[in-house]
Design a protein around this ligand. Sequence first.
Ligand SMILES: *[C@@H]1O[C@H](CO)[C@@H](O)[C@H](O)[C@H]1NC(C)=O
Ligand SMILES: *[C@@H]1O[C@H](CO)[C@@H](O)[C@H](O)[C@H]1NC(C)=O
Ligand SMILES: *[C@@H]1O[C@H](CO)[C@@H](O)[C@H](O)[C@H]1NC(C)=O
Ligand SMILES: *[C@@H]1O[C@H](CO)[C@@H](O)[C@H](O)[C@H]1NC(C)=O
Ligand SMILES: *[C@@H]1O[C@H](CO)[C@@H](O)[C@H](O)[C@H]1NC(C)=O
Ligand SMILES: *[C@@H]1O[C@H](CO)[C@@H](O)[C@H](O)[C@H]1NC(C)=O
Ligand SMILES: *[C@@H]1O[C@H](CO)[C@@H](O)[C@H](O)[C@H]1NC(C)=O
Ligand SMILES: *[C@@H]1O[C@H](CO)[C@@H](O)[C@H](O)[C@H]1NC(C)=O
Ligand SMILES: *[C@@H]1O[C@H](CO)[C@@H](O)[C@H](O)[C@H]1NC(C)=O
Ligand SMILES: *[C@@H]1O[C@H](CO)[C@@H](O)[C@H](O)[C@H]1NC(C)=O
Ligand SMILES: *[C@@H]1O[C@H](CO)[C@@H](O)[C@H](O)[C@H]1NC(C)=O
Length: 626
Amino acid sequence: MFRSIALLSYAGTISAAFTGNLNYQSPSKHHASLGVSISKVAKRTYANSPWEPSQLNFTHGVASGDPFDDSVILWTRAAPYSDNDKSNITVSGYVPLYDHSTEQYVASSNAPVCVEWKISESDALDNTIDSGTAFTSSDIDYTIKVEARKLRTFTTYYYQFNICNSNNTSPVGRTKTIPSQNAQVTDPVKLAIYSCSNYPFGFFNAYGNTVRKDSVDYVVHLGDYIYEYANGDYGWGNAYGRVPLPDRNIATLYDYRKRIATYRTDLDLLASHQNFPWIPVWDDHEVSDNTWRDGNSHMNNTEESFIMDGGVSVDQLKMNAVRAYFEWMPIRQVDMDDNLRIWRSFQFGDLFDLIMLDTRQYDRAITDVYWNTEYLADIHNEASRSLMGPRQETWFYRSLRESASRGATWRVIGNQIIFSRINNSVLTGDYEAPYNYDQWDGYQANRNRTFHAIYENNISNNIFLAGDSHASWVSDLVWLDEHPYNPATGEGSMGVEFAGSAVSSPSPVGQNVTLDTAANASAQLTAANDELQWQDFYYRGYYELSITHDKVEAAFFGIPTNSVRQGYEIPLANFTVVAGENKLRRSNGAAADGNVESGSLKGGQAVQTNLTHDTSSGVWITYNAP
Ligand SMILES: *[C@@H]1O[C@H](CO)[C@@H](O)[C@H](O)[C@H]1NC(C)=O
Ligand SMILES: *[C@@H]1O[C@H](CO)[C@@H](O)[C@H](O)[C@H]1NC(C)=O
Ligand SMILES: *[C@@H]1O[C@H](CO)[C@@H](O)[C@H](O)[C@H]1NC(C)=O
Ligand SMILES: *[C@@H]1O[C@H](CO)[C@@H](O)[C@H](O)[C@H]1NC(C)=O
Ligand SMILES: *[C@@H]1O[C@H](CO)[C@@H](O)[C@H](O)[C@H]1NC(C)=O
Ligand SMILES: *[C@@H]1O[C@H](CO)[C@@H](O)[C@H](O)[C@H]1NC(C)=O
Ligand SMILES: *[C@@H]1O[C@H](CO)[C@@H](O)[C@H](O)[C@H]1NC(C)=O
Ligand SMILES: *[C@@H]1O[C@H](CO)[C@@H](O)[C@H](O)[C@H]1NC(C)=O
Ligand SMILES: *[C@@H]1O[C@H](CO)[C@@H](O)[C@H](O)[C@H]1NC(C)=O
Ligand SMILES: *[C@@H]1O[C@H](CO)[C@@H](O)[C@H](O)[C@H]1NC(C)=O
Ligand SMILES: *[C@@H]1O[C@H](CO)[C@@H](O)[C@H](O)[C@H]1NC(C)=O
């Protein structure tokens, strides 16, 4: 009797430690080919673990993300080797272990690794608030993702992992919960907004600068966290010796794991993950170039070839990419029955709702895959076209309405691609197809439905965020040709769009474009597009948002060079949106708060300041243009 109770409780402990690692259940335990059979992995747990604690390393630092008011996701990797696991999930759930020294699959020594974790309000990690034990194994590339609970709202925490029963510890990470839904938020909430980090194109200095300044609370990533190309297939390749492994167009589960792991060796990216909770969404390159529901620019697929597990239309590429993404990113599985779903929202007290969209992988109608641009120009205004699919669209419009009716001051929409209408025929010379159909311009009906939801419900204070384009674009949010708009005053606008440049991906008007050529292109675009108030093609960088009930302030930063790891940066432009005004605040007839450093400002000017370094702050306040 006593004995059987003891056995049961032992079994209970094992099971909790396995389910405690969320990666055994993600993307979804409900779909055999995507989830891992926990009971089969648990059978490989031996009383005496074959792993010496000293054999195991925290190979890729720590990370945290998807903060709620009382919980947050914590991430690490504890592995017997720094390479990624080459095994993959078979139908039976049996996973052979890949021995990297002999390059063979072996059926032994694949026992799970045990880790413990704890979280505390002090960086010395005393007074533990929550803690636990979790297993990991080759099945999930030795990644560990746990949820720390029992936390206080809008509070900074420190966390650490260690190999069970040992002093082999991970670095200490820092994270922060968000205000609870009904809280009155009095402090500003600060976000850093990033997109498009391409490893061979240079060091990820932009990620490191917010750590060096300690200037934000949370990081929002709008996608293109990795790129799928083989080195040299895209741009100049190996200029800086940063080879994105494995050096091929990635396709297998191992490939996606290895590619993310390679990116996760950049010291500034590691520092960002270690210091800030992230709220990321993917764009196309987490899978492949210009993906949509059933294909991408590298392949011509038919709908039939995508009928996969659980009636969800994903192909093998998407399945591998999504598995690796969930294994490696500190993100929650939103819906166990919807393994492609990452669209979700966060309620920052009464201050704002952060609504994160997936305009890319989930349910997007066909996009521009280069050979079909004229066709896209023909169909871009068709009513049936959607970027998000009906399920997500319905949720999105409801989220906007519910956010306004619950009285949140702002709605901040994290989205991949540029929302505003941009006629770029002055640059492309293509007057038949004047838009970029891979952006919202290719899906006008979806954009109209969004505007309709905003106007019909008189929803104020909408801030759209975008990445993807490798350039900076700041616009009033206007339904052109439907509602009157005054570009000089902003009258007629229903919000603002802030679209940011890339961490390192090159400028769309030329990899090594000069300041003058870039500024010329920007000037032509701001002249051709009424609502586009500032545009810059030159600088790689990011932007910060400071959000209070009175106003949202945006500060754009440019990185002088990514050819070396360095911490200098240039303040490019500042903008303010006053609550209730629904447009960029004008100052001296222009939409920026003063002059801008670079690009083209409608009604204002770019004034290059004579900059040199302030070495004490690490911020590049003075800069001599090349
Ligand atoms: C673990 O890290 C130590 C110290 O950095 C290193 O010497 C060792 O080779 C690593 N072991 C593995 C298996 O990666
Ligand atoms: C961890 O280190 C402490 C202090 O050095 C030592 O007393 C303890 O025995 C170690 N624990 C393990 C499990 O090795
Ligand atoms: C899965 O692993 C097997 C070896 O067990 C290998 O032959 C196969 O190519 C792998 N498939 C993928 C998609 O990686
Ligand atoms: C897809 O089909 C189009 C039209 O037949 C062709 O131009 C294009 O090269 C094909 N692309 C690929 C990647 O096969
Ligand atoms: C979207 O709105 C614009 C402006 O009113 C209009 O020209 C266009 O036909 C609309 N498209 C759809 C599909 O509703
Ligand atoms: C829309 O909301 C604003 C405040 O956000 C209010 O001033 C205005 O009267 C409202 N308009 C309508 C038509 O309800
Ligand atoms: C741009 O500059 C890089 C780094 O100097 C160089 O390797 C590359 O060839 C240049 N690319 C182009 C397209 O000129
Ligand atoms: C921009 O470039 C075009 C074409 O090269 C040229 O005609 C025009 O004068 C330039 N504009 C400015 C403002 O430099
Ligand atoms: C796009 O802009 C060009 C000039 O900048 C103009 O000639 C053309 O009519 C515009 N196209 C549309 C569809 O508005
Ligand atoms: C933006 O604001 C910051 C902080 O107030 C200031 O240091 C910077 O010079 C401003 N940048 C521009 C381009 O006005
Ligand atoms: C910038 O600095 C250079 C010398 O470094 C000087 O010749 C020039 O006049 C300065 N320009 C401005 C606008 O201050």
